[in-house]
Ligand binder design. Structure first.
Ligand code: AMP
Ligand code: MG
Length: 187
């Protein structure tokens, strides 16, 4: 599951955990990555990771993928809270390199979105994070890139691509949309 910062990935996932009867194992990619970054590079700020060199970010990403494969062993339902496109100072970086698609084999790739003005406002209100304050146009650009990456990952892996809107006041609809996936057919 991915989306721009402020789209509400973590909020949707937390709510989903509350309402699902099934046991869902949730893993936050950024948390796994920052734990490895602390050990290897002495970095403690999760919002600083995307400003590391591409080589370092890629190293952390691959190590995080292996850790996640280990953690998810034997789990029936797994949700990964992550990003489709990482906005680095040198350009966007794929959040799902081929190793992730091959080793984790996601069945459904979900993009959480919201209106850009709402995302902008949520970032302003969130004092717990050191998020860059971007313009509405920057957010729109990131959203377009996310969709492009989503389609690429889906085409590469055969996974479903699902876009879920999490507009203000519509958290329940977003959660229900994802919840329905657990009762459709085999999944
Ligand atoms: P979050 O708390 O979800 O905003 O994630 C914190 C940070 O973790 C992001 O800003 C990225 O630097 C990193 N991160 C999360 N998912 C990925 C991924 N799939 N590939 C590379 N970096 C990631
Ligand atoms: Mg989050």
């Amino acid at each position: 599951m991915g989306g721009v910062p402020g789209a509400g990935k973590t909020t949707v996932i937390n709510k989903l955990k509350e309402v699902l009867k099934e046991d869902v194992f949730v893993v936050n990619f950024g948390t796994v990555m920052i734990d490895i970054a602390k050990e290897r590079f002495g970095i403690t700020d999760r919002d600083a990771m995307r400003k590391l060199s591409r080589v370092k970010q890629n190293e952390l990403q691959l190590a995080a993928i292996d850790k996640i494969v280990e953690l998810e062993k034997g789990k029936r339902y797994v949700i990964i809270d992550t990003h489709l496109a990482i906005k680095t100072p040198s350009g966007y970086m794929p959040g799902f390199p081929k190793e992730l698609l091959e080793k984790v084999k996601p069945e459904i790739i979900v993009l959480i979105t919201a209106r850009p003005e709402e995302i902008w406002e949520r970032r302003h209100l969130d004092t717990s994070r050191k998020r860059d304050l971007e313009s509405i146009d920057d957010i729109l650009e990131h959203e377009k890139i996310n969709i492009a990456y989503l389609m690429a990952y889906s085409a590469m892996s055969g996974a479903y691509a699902l876009i879920v809107r999490n507009n203000n006041g519509k958290l329940e609809d977003a959660v229900n949309r994802i919840k329905s996936l657990f009762y459709d057919g085999e999944k």
